[in-house]
Design a protein around this ligand. Structure first.
Ligand SMILES: NC(=O)c1ccc[n+]([C@@H]2O[C@H](COP(=O)([O-])OP(=O)(O)OC[C@H]3O[C@@H](n4cnc5c(N)ncnc54)[C@H](OP(=O)(O)O)[C@@H]3O)[C@@H](O)[C@H]2O)c1
Length: 247
């Protein structure tokens, strides 16, 4: 909610969270629903999507699932058509493929850029004009500390996140004069996939705080940034990385 609606009963705020079937996206969806927003939970995995929706409704919130593969341009169009108008967009869906540069397959490189960069671009193209027309809206792009650090085996992934932060700045110039705020939230290591615990622990050691974040700690920042409390914050990259990019 950049989204200066005063009365949620008259106009429930709708937030679309991509990649809300797990990890950070699920935590964001739950947090925004707890703030009273109607949440569209988007992702590929219908079973995990239903889990997110059930957790939200069990807590008294409102959410529904839309299945969409965002690597596919047609999937983006379908999602936009099914969802209609929204007030808040959280471009969270993404993938990180870590590999030595000489081992990265073209298909992996293309898949990362399609989900991490192209999908947010065309989702903003689909939703931002209506936000601008009504004069309010908030978009959060989930970047990464990898977008501003050189990480071995993370060159391509980091490039997708640097591109996303750049898009945030471009969209700020394009839409913020018409009431739509854009910000990048750039997490450090976040405990999401249990199978990657070792990777997160190794990255956690490189932070100033010496631990990885819980997904809820990222969601808290997203919730602030889409709220009227952050009404003068746009075009920013907010590091939520335990101090990693400061040291
Ligand atoms: N975890 C970290 O340490 C960390 C740090 C910095 C930034 N990030 C960023 O945070 C975001 C969320 O990551 P996470 O750690 O929460 O990962 P995760 O648990 O693997 O979740 C990724 C989410 O993105 C969705 N997704 C991926 N590709 C998609 C596609 N082609 N179409 C639709 N949905 C797709 C997945 O949906 P399905 O499972 O339904 O397919 C899933 O819900 C990503 O952008 C990631 O780069 C994560």
């Amino acid at each position: 909610m950049s989204v200066e609606h005063e009365n949620l009963d008259l106009h429930p705020i709708t937030a679309l969270v991509t990649g809300a079937t797990s990890g950070i996206g699920r935590a964001v969806a739950k947090r925004l629903a707890a703030d009273g927003m109607s949440v569209v939970v988007a992702g590929r995995n219908a079973q995990r999507g239903a889990e997110t929706v059930n957790e939200i409704t069990a807590a008294g919130g409102h959410a529904w699932f839309v299945e969409a593969d965002l690597e596919d341009a047609a999937g983006i169009d379908r999602l936009a058509g099914e969802v209609g108008e929204i007030d808040v967009l959280v471009n969270n869906a993404g993938q990180a493929i870590w590999a030595p540069t000489e081992e990265m397959k073209v298909s992996e490189y293309d898949a990362m850029f399609a989900s991490n960069v192209r999908a947010p671009f065309f989702l903003v193209a689909a939703f931002a004009p209506a936000m601008a027309a009504k004069g309010s809206g908030a978009v959060i792009n989930i970047g990464s500390m990898a977008g501003s650090l050189g990480l071995a085996t993370g060159a391509a992934y980091g490039a997708t996140k640097a591109a996303l932060a750049s898009l945030t700045r471009g969209w700020t110039a394009e839409y913020s004069g018409r009431g739509v705020r854009f910000n990048t939230v750039a997490p450090g290591p976040v405990y999401t996939r249990p199978e990657a615990r070792d990777l997160f622990d190794a990255l956690a050691e490189t932070t100033a705080i010496k631990r990885a974040a819980e997904p809820e700690e990222i969601a808290e920042v997203v919730a602030f940034l889409v709220s009227p409390k952050a009404g003068y914050v746009t075009g920013a990259t907010i590091a939520v990385d335990g101090g990693r990019t400061a040291i």
